[in-house]
Design a protein around this ligand. Structure first.
Ligand SMILES: *[C@@H]1O[C@H](CO)[C@@H](O)[C@H](O)[C@H]1NC(C)=O
Length: 421
């Protein structure tokens, strides 16, 4: 991670044309949201209790192997219970009460366009329908996010299937487009709430054909536009630079409207990242602002976190350790003890970790509002405290109102404001 010598002054992106019918003003209002992670797409580290029977082996590491191991009846029962309990109308009301205006809801293709031979079970869509009603009554906007594509677009457990990256093989691209089309038509009458559909989460630039991904983005945009004129279409940056790679693509000059570019900013998934000190993390966040403001499309940081380490149990995959304390196989360094960051509660975090997190979160909000705004990952987790927006906010570690700052101006100075650093 290269740290800018000095943080850049606050920068604001230029407004873009938008259709009158879209019900959130992505030019002038900031997206402030949370991801409802671990709800319709299981992630072992978000809900380790569901995966407890395989904690010491057995090959169940994702939703695919979970449903395969349980079989259709047991999988259906367990998942129905989870879907009905993990997030409820109360969550939507509390999200709105904290001043947030968006939820991003990950969902897998298997909920929308199940394929023969898959072990996955269905029943997510009627609950998503309810969620859109809860969002409406709470005054929240929804970005529906296709988080898993057939074959897996990134091989991460959060795509539904850990392992090989086979998206784009066979008919998987057209099957994904069908899922998008079905979603767009299903919610075409709900544009007062469903302001955006994300075509695909985190396609892996290291394993896929990027020219074919770009064509998929155009085709997916067309599928959404066939259903209605007003839903914004979110495209993920595929881990390419939002300016140098994506400027010029699908902007208004290219004849498309209402496109949101989504970038995810984590500072924890390499040894260099976890080696950074709290002040380095703040500066790295601040250094993103000018790039975000220089994009030629609406741009959100659609995932980010309070975590400065990869300590959370199973974050790197079920049964895997962390780079931070050297327990991940292949990692070489030791940067600190994971302690209470491995598993526990927000209240149980060490004071030093609470302080560092508070500064880091505020700096990220400052920087990520340089363009269209941000969506935190995640609203809640079972036991990963640094990722739990609800409890972090209840504990006073995330500002209320969201625009207030205990530590203002972190991105206006190159000096470190964190005590003891
Ligand atoms: C979040 O808060 C709830 C309610 O106090 C508590 O039961 C839960 O353990 C907390 N989880 C975390 C990760 O802080």
């Amino acid at each position: 991670m290269i740290i800018a010598a000095a943080c850049l002054p606050a920068v604001q992106a230029k407004p873009l044309l938008r259709r009158q019918g879209i019900s959130f003003d992505y030019n002038y209002d900031k997206v402030r949201g949370v991801n409802l992670g671990g709800w319709f797409v299981l992630e072992p580290w978000i809900t380790p209790s569901l995966f407890a029977p395989w904690a010491n082996g057995g090959g169940v590491v994702d939703e695919y192997t979970f449903t395969q191991a349980l079989g259709p009846t047991a999988a259906q029962n367990q998942l129905e219970a989870h879907w009905n309990n993990w997030i409820t109308q109360d969550d939507f009301n509390e999200i709105a009460s904290m001043g947030l205006n968006h939820v991003r809801i990950p969902i897998g293709y298997w909920a929308i366009n199940p394929l023969p031979g898959d072990p996955y079970v269905q029943g997510q869509l009627p609950i998503l329908d309810n969620a859109i009603g809860w969002a409406r009554s709470a005054g929240l906007k929804v970005m529906i996010d296709l988080h898993g594509a057939p074959g897996s677009q990134n091989g991460f457990d959060n795509s539904g299937r850990y392992g090989p990256i086979d998206w784009q093989q066979g008919d998987t691209t057209s099957e994904t487009l069908t899922a998008i089309q079905n979603l767009a038509y299903r919610y075409a009458g709900d544009t007062d709430v469903v302001t955006a559909i994300e075509l695909l989460n985190e396609p892996a630039n290291w394993a896929i054909d990027m020219a074919a991904l770009k064509q998929f983005y155009y085709d997916g945009w067309g599928n959404v536009r066939n259903a209605n004129a007003y839903t914004a279409v979110t495209i993920h940056d595929a881990f390419e630079d939002v300016v140098s790679y994506w400027n010029g693509f699908m902007n208004t000059q290219a004849g498309v409207n209402d496109v949101i570019l989504d970038t995810h900013i984590y500072q924890i998934f390499t040894d260099d990242d976890v080696a950074m000190k709290p002040c380095d993390h703040v500066q790295a966040a601040c250094s993103q602002a000018s790039n975000l403001a220089s994009t030629d499309k609406w741009t959100i940081v659609g995932e980010w976190t309070g975590a400065q380490t990869d300590c959370a149990k199973w974050l790197n995959g079920l049964g895997k350790g962390a780079r931070y304390d050297g327990t991940l196989s292949g990692s070489t360094g030791y940067y600190g003890d994971c302690q209470t960051k491995y598993e526990g509660t927000v209240d149980g975090l060490l004071d030093v970790d609470k302080t560092n997190l508070e500064y880091f979160v505020e700096a990220q909000m400052d920087a990520y509002e340089a363009h269209s705004g941000w969506i935190f990952w995640a609203w809640k987790t079972e036991s990963a405290p640094e990722w739990h927006f609800q409890n972090l906010t209840r504990a006073g570690l995330i500002p209320q109102p969201l625009t207030s700052r205990k530590h203002p101006g972190q991105c206006q100075t190159s000096s470190c404001m964190i005590p003891g650093n």
